[in-house]
Design a protein around this ligand. Sequence first.
Ligand code: IPD
Ligand code: CA
Ligand code: CA
Length: 260
Amino acid sequence: MSDVTLNFVADIAQQAGHIIADLRDRLDISFKGDTELVTQADIAADTAIRQRIQEAFPAHSILSEELAPDADTNAEHLWVIDPIDGTVNYAHQHPQVAVSIAYYERGEARLAVVFNPFLHETFSAEAGHGAWLNGQPIRCSETRDLRRAIVATGFPYHKNTVPLLMKRVQNVLSECADIRRLGSAALDICWVACGRLDAYYETVKPWDFAAAQLIAREAGARFGHFTPVPAGKNPQLWGEDILLANRALYDALQQLLNKD
Ligand code: IPD
Ligand code: CA
Ligand code: CA
C-alpha cells in the first residue's frame, strides 16, 4: 500500500468543504451544456484538492469531474474526485452537499472520504478496516422486508431515459415503503452505509460513487449493478445501473428493477 493515509484524504476533503461553504453566499452560477449547473465553487474546490494531491503525490493520476473528467482510470495510483456532489442543492441552499474523494490502488478503492460541510458530517472508510461517521463506526440497516424499505434514487440531467426511469420508480414504489430523491448520489450511498436509507440505485459517473461505494461496503452493504457490467470494465468505476442495499434486500431489489 502506498503511503496515502485516511487523515490526509479527510484533511483535503474538509479543506475543500470549507471553500465551498465560504463561497455559498456569493455564488457565480453557469451551465455546462443546456441543463447542467456548475458554480465557481466546483472549480475552486477541484483546484484545491488537485493541488494538495499533486504536492504530496506528484506521480499519481487524478480523475475529477471539473478538471479531468476523461483522465485514464487504469493508473496504478488513481484519485477519483467530485468536488461538489449535489451542485443543484448547493445552488439552491439545500444542505445535502458533499465533497467526495476516493483513492484507488491498482483498480481497487482503498481509502474514501465523503464530507458534508453543511451538516458537519465526515463519512470515511479504509478497505478491510471499516467505515465511520465522524470517527464512529457505522453499519447499514437490518431491514429485511421490502415493504419497510426506504429507497433513494436520482435522475440524470438529460431527459431521454425518463420513461425507463419512471417504470423503475413505479416498480420500487409499488413494493417498498417509500422513495427519496435527495440530490447527492455520494451522500445517498453514505446514508445507506449508516442505515438512514435501506437502498439506493441510479446511473451515475465514477466520481459520484467511487468513494461512497467503499464506505457502504465497509459498513456491510452490498454494492453491485442490476444490469451486466461489460467485459473488461472495472465494476468499481462503472456507474451504469448501480445498486447498493443491505444484504437481505439486495436480490429482491435487483429483480424489481429489472421487472417489466
Ligand atoms: C449529481 C448528484 C445527483 C445525481 C446526479 C449527479 P452533481 O452530481 O449526485 O444526486 O442524481 O446524477 O450528477 O452534478 O451534483 O455533482
Ligand atoms: Ca456528482
Ligand atoms: Ca459535481
